[in-house]
Design a protein. Structure first.
Length: 314
């Protein structure tokens, strides 16, 4: 199969018929063998009934319905599991992503050898104050933290080689940082394409201000797990040792000063309590590292590694 198109959605019954008709037209014009996986993330409108009706008319359109709203990351993860195409395309269901971009995205994967291609909505129709400025801040932090030079990490329109989506797990709010997940899984050839951003035609945006806070927290989680997920003691142990040593040296210095001066009082000096607190924090961090190491070593996937290929082995 040439293509799998994964479309996560929540309360998009108005846009679905037009979007699916557009996708079908593009697929037929290019002669692709394809499937479209519509993942209903617990919609409360008629989205599932629309998906079923579309599927009856064209068997290439398939549906997954969640019992409740789990979020875009969960919807993408289930869509990735169900996808069979050699190239997987993701797009939003709100008609702001254009299916006309699909052939070029596929070409970049197949002919130019990219593992993943992310869309860049260079010209946007969003409110500048509430969306554009926070998005630019997120993207700047993500670029500097990951070393991946993309302008728009959160663009819903992306293309993947099949092996990429089968090698990553998307959860929480991690859909914003799939390029980073792909990089940590060993996929280095990540490209970018300027894509059309269309004004919203139906409904309203489903994302609130919480996504800004969650986005930064998830970025921190990805960076930590990518570097220290299998060796947490190297992170917590180092911080704990440094903190304990700083507190210990400060305490020794204060004690020596006490013996050298009869007017010197330890308990009246804030630095003494700061030194003790620093030592306690250091010990706690060190113990946290031990506990995290025990958990990591007993995890079922502690020795699961992504292997690209083998030679001369059964």
């Amino acid at each position: 199969m040439d293509l799998s198109i994964v479309v996560p959605l929540f309360n998009e019954d108005e846009s679905l018929p037009e979007l699916c008709g557009w996708i079908e037209s593009v697929m037929q014009q290019n002669g692709y063998s394809y499937e479209v996986i519509l993942v209903d993330d617990g919609s409360t409108d008629a989205s599932w009934e629309v998906i079923q009706a579309i599927g009856k008319k064209n068997a290439s359109f398939k549906g997954i319905k969640f019992q409740r709203n789990y979020g875009k990351s969960a919807a993408l993860n289930e869509g990735f599991k169900a996808a069979h195409g050699d190239v997987i395309i993701t797009m939003d269901a709100d008609m702001q992503d254009s299916p006309d971009e699909v052939p070029e995205l596929r070409r970049m994967i197949i002919e130019e050898g990219y593992d993943m291609v992310s869309g860049w909505k260079k010209k946007r129709y969003d409110n500048t104050l509430t969306k554009n400025i926070p998005s630019k801040l997120f993207n700047a932090v993500a670029r500097s933290s990951s070393g991946i030079q993309l302008h728009d990490f959160n663009c819903g329109l992306k293309a993947y080689r099949k092996k990429v989506v089968k090698s990553i797990e998307v959860y929480g709010e991690m859909h914003r940082y799939i390029p980073i997940l792909a990089k940590w899984s060993g996929f280095r050839k990540i490209g970018e394409k300027v894509v059309e951003h269309r004004a919203r035609k139906y409904g309203v945006t489903k994302f609130g201000w919480q996504r800004f806070v969650n986005g930064f927290l998830d970025l921190a989680t990805i960076m930590f797990l990518g570097k220290f997920g299998k060796r947490p003691m190297q992170f917590f142990g180092l911080l704990g040792t440094l903190s304990f040593l700083i507190g210990f040296v400060a305490s020794i210095s204060l004690i020596v000063s006490k013996f050298m001066s009869t007017d010197f009082s330890l308990t009246n000096r804030p630095s003494f309590y700061i030194a003790l607190t620093t030592m306690i924090i250091g010990m706690q961090l060190f113990l946290t590292g031990f506990v995290a190491e025990l958990i990591a070593r007993n995890a079922s996937e502690r020795n699961v590694y992504l292997i690209e290929e083998k030679s001369g082995l059964d």
